[in-house]
Design a protein around this ligand. Structure first.
Ligand SMILES: Nc1ncnc2c1ncn2[C@@H]1O[C@H](COP(=O)(O)OP(=O)(O)O)[C@@H](O)[C@H]1O
Ligand SMILES: [Mg+2]
Length: 210
């Protein structure tokens, strides 16, 4: 395996473009094991944002991501195929395209939002899973649609439905923060994942049951 370049990613620099069996692929390494890197972000999320992410070691998160990717790929989901599993890393196919956040400001941004939500609906309604970290940087958009990556978030508790609502909320809030609340955004969601449109209630924004 030859490293070609590092891909800018979340908090840890551990995703690389590599050459594997003559093709360009993506290698994802597990996070370094220290107490702080393991749990600080989860602790902050849980206490400050009322999040419900599970405390996990880098090893268990890494295992969990591999398992989810393998299962979803086998079930026909549009996720990258794992090509190789090494000690502390795995190699997956490199998907062509750009992440949704790279397309903000681009003429195709609303089409990208539509396919990202449409694919989230497939994951939720057809594959009956939640993603756990539905930020625009974690979905790759190309001519074949959208593919969600970064499957390492295990949520403790919560029903499938509440975890799916959490997915919707994360994506929706990131989009509103970035693009503002607009009819265009509402229409894009309405056409791709109608149940994801929030309604105003006494509790603030809530979401229609899927
Ligand atoms: N299979 C893939 N094909 C192409 N790009 C990918 C792939 N997997 C990840 N990436 C890119 O690498 C970035 C980081 O990967 P990700 O799994 O989200 O790691 P992190 O947990 O560090 O956020 C993604 O935002 C995306 O840009
Ligand atoms: Mg990510």
């Amino acid at each position: 395996m030859k490293i070609l370049q590092r891909i800018k990613s979340g908090h840890y620099n551990r995703v690389y473009e590599v050459e594997y069996e003559g093709k360009v692929a993506i290698a994802k390494l597990k996070k370094p094991t220290t107490l702080v890197t393991t749990n600080l972000d989860v602790f902050l999320g849980n206490t400050i944002h009322g999040d419900n992410r599970s405390y996990n070691t880098p090893t268990s998160r890494h295992k969990y991501e591999k398992k989810r990717l393998r299962e979803l790929y086998q079930r026909g989901a549009n996720v990258p195929q794992i090509l190789y599993e090494g000690d502390g890393y795995f190699i997956m196919e490199k998907l062509p395209g750009e992440t949704l956040d790279e397309l903000f400001g681009h003429p195709s941004q609303y089409n990208a939002i539509i396919v990202a939500f449409a694919q989230l609906r497939v994951l939720h309604d057809e594959l009956r899973v939640y993603h756990g970290s539905t930020h625009p940087r974690n979905v790759i958009i190309n001519g074949r649609g959208a593919s969600w990556v970064d499957w390492e978030t295990l949520l403790k508790g919560g029903s499938l439905k509440s975890n799916q609502r959490r997915d919707i909320k994360i994506l929706y809030h990131d989009l509103v923060r970035k693009l503002g609340l607009s009819k265009r955004l509402q229409d894009s969601i309405e056409s791709s994942y109608p149940a994801a449109i929030p309604v105003i209630s006494n509790d603030g924004l809530t979401y229609r049951p899927a």
